[in-house]
Design a protein around this ligand. Structure first.
Ligand SMILES: *[C@@H]1O[C@H](CO)[C@@H](O)[C@H](O)[C@H]1NC(C)=O
Ligand SMILES: *[C@@H]1O[C@H](CO)[C@@H](O)[C@H](O)[C@H]1NC(C)=O
Ligand SMILES: CC(=O)N[C@H]1CO[C@H](CO)[C@@H](O)[C@@H]1O
Length: 510
């Protein structure tokens, strides 16, 4: 009987986002691979590829204390996409706006128009990739690589060898096909109901053979990686395919499969590589389905947009609505698709405050190279460089301290509590964390962030504040090292009084 209850409980927990019993909240940095190699080449005056990255760069990787590095854009691309980018007037106007002095050599083609999951020969060889990962792993850093499910490059070999892997114009329609949606030979451009991406071709997830071939691609990636980041993940779900492509697929006799591609694919990969993680780029509405299929982390775009809106009641509502989900979310302020954090938040100090609000949540802490320098110029995926700019030293100093604070077990493995009992929710965001160490002692943190443009005064109830003896407790603010003596009983009842400067965070141990 007891066993049955236990089993039922286990099932219950497995089907909720809280599933992982030994939580670990990793930090991850995205690098754009070809721009990184280009900048290293510029700096050293010789061509740098994956095989000869200077030691000084590995030192930088190591000093950042990252758990994962995502080397975005490792795979082989075709001539079709590059030609498209170098000749399309709209794209060129875009590049010009981002990088006024760009030349055609700066246009390197989208890394999301993959022809084959083999390493891009401009970047290195399979052996170079293996050696690169080994060196990272030796420093305790794991490697994440991309998988782009929803489309392939137009000049992917499958265009010729396996045209049925793609979605075609409805059966019975005749050329010339609608050139906004279809290639001249009838294969659909990658896209959805709202638009097409004309450098890529749309794959057909209602064809079991394509699913099998994509699982083989994932297994091929898994050989080289500790994690896989999957592009636009919700688009491979049956519901989304039905919404976007039902007319085309049903005309050719395809029916909705009984299983989800992701459930089949992730279980197949994890059967062979049990420690690999899956990170889903996704934009909402399908979180539960993706979690059920085995994704370890999902992009959390609504948090970013809520923070950048500065509407405190919306921020608090969102935090309260996602309490059980945060452990499976990946929090970010910027990445290759988004504006830089400093641009999005309006200033470096606001972006830093956004980092505290995001990265002191549970889940993956996801940064983009340049964020820790306070860069504000976008690095477009089609280009090998962004407009150059200088590091903002205050931002670099902030991240150095902040990374040290986040390194402790309490933030990596502990339990997060949203403190709703805060007297000034118009300005403050307040969390606490605790973690029981192997020696039985408990590590605790209080995060009090002033997310407003004036000084904030508030009382924050810290219900697990206890003194060793007597009532006085010494609390230490970790950014400044300053110590304060406060009454523990007062912290538990009326709360700790904090007075915090605009956009400043205080993180206390107590
Ligand atoms: C990478 O650079 C090394 C050293 O310059 C060179 O020997 C090698 O051929 C290059 N690899 C590729 C794939 O270009
Ligand atoms: C793709 O296949 C079509 C039809 O077989 C062919 O006409 C076209 O040239 C191919 N395109 C590429 C880029 O391989
Ligand atoms: C605990 C606390 O609130 N400490 C300090 C916060 O910052 C103000 C200045 O803004 C100090 O006066 C407080 O003592």
């Amino acid at each position: 009987m007891k066993l049955i209850v236990l089993f039922a409980l286990l099932l219950f927990f497995q089907s909720t986002p809280m599933a992982k019993c030994d939580n670990y909240y990793p930090s991850m940095m995205e690098y754009s691979t070809r721009p990184l190699l280009y900048s290293l080449s510029q700096k050293s005056g010789k061509t740098i590829n994956l095989s000869n990255i200077p030691d000084s760069e590995y030192e930088i990787f190591q000093n950042q204390k990252l758990d994962y590095i995502w080397m975005m854009g490792m795979w082989k691309l075709g001539a079709y996409g590059l030609h498209y980018d170098r000749t399309n007037q709209e794209e060129l106007a875009n590049f010009k706006a981002l990088l006024p002095d760009f030349t055609l050599d700066d246009v390197i083609g989208s890394p999301y128009a993959v022809t084959e999951y083999v390493i891009n020969p401009d970047i290195g060889t399979a052996q170079d990739l293996i050696a690169f990962r080994k060196r990272l792993n030796g420093m305790g850093i794991k490697l994440i690589l991309d998988f782009v499910p929803n489309h392939s490059a137009v000049d992917c070999p499958w265009n010729t060898t396996n045209p049925k892997y793609y979605i075609h114009a409805p059966k019975g329609s005749v050329p010339p096909y609608d050139s906004n949606r279809y290639l001249p030979w009838g294969i659909a451009y990658g896209g959805d109901k709202n638009g097409a991406w004309k450098d890529v071709a749309q794959l057909n997830y209602w064809n079991q053979d394509l699913r099998d071939a994509q699982i083989q691609n994932l297994l091929a990636i898994a050989k080289y990686a500790d994690g896989i980041r999957t592009d636009m993940s919700e688009l491979a779900l049956n519901d989304q395919i039905k919404t976007n492509w039902y007319e085309q697929l049903s005309s050719w006799g395809y029916t909705r499969p009984n299983t989800e591609f992701w459930c089949d694919a992730i279980s197949a990969v994890k059967a062979q590589y049990p420690d690999i993680i899956f990170l889903a780029e996704q934009y909402g509405g399908f979180d539960d389905q993706l979690i059920e299929c085995g994704f370890d982390f999902l992009y959390d775009k609504p948090l970013l947009d809520n923070l950048a809106s500065y509407k405190m009641s919306n921020i608090w509502d969102y935090l309260n609505s996602k309490i059980t989900y945060f452990p499976v979310y990946a929090q970010y302020l910027e990445n290759h698709d988004e504006p830089r954090a400093v641009a999005k938040f309006g200033s470096w100090w606001q972006a830093n405050a956004g980092a505290v609000a995001s990265f002191t949540l549970p889940g993956m802490r996801f940064s983009f190279e340049g964020q820790w320098k306070g860069f504000k110029n976008k690095l477009d995926v089609h280009l090998r460089r962004a407009k150059s700019e200088d590091t903002i030293q205050d931002v670099a100093d902030f991240y150095k301290k902040f990374q040290n604070i986040l390194e402790s077990d309490v933030f990596k493995k502990g339990t997060w509590i949203l403190i709703n009992d805060c007297s000034n929710k118009n300005q403050l965001i307040t969390y606490r964390w605790y973690y029981k160490k192997s020696d039985g002692s408990i590590e605790k943190r209080l995060v009090a962030l002033n997310f407003s443009d004036s000084q904030a005064d508030g009382n924050v109830v810290v219900s697990d504040a206890y003194a060793q003896s007597g009532d006085n407790i010494v609390i230490t603010e970790l950014f400044t090292g300053k110590q304060y003596t406060r009454s523990a009983s007062q912290m538990r009842s009326t709360g700790l009084n904090v007075i915090i400067e605009s956009w400043v965070a205080q993180i206390f141990s107590y």
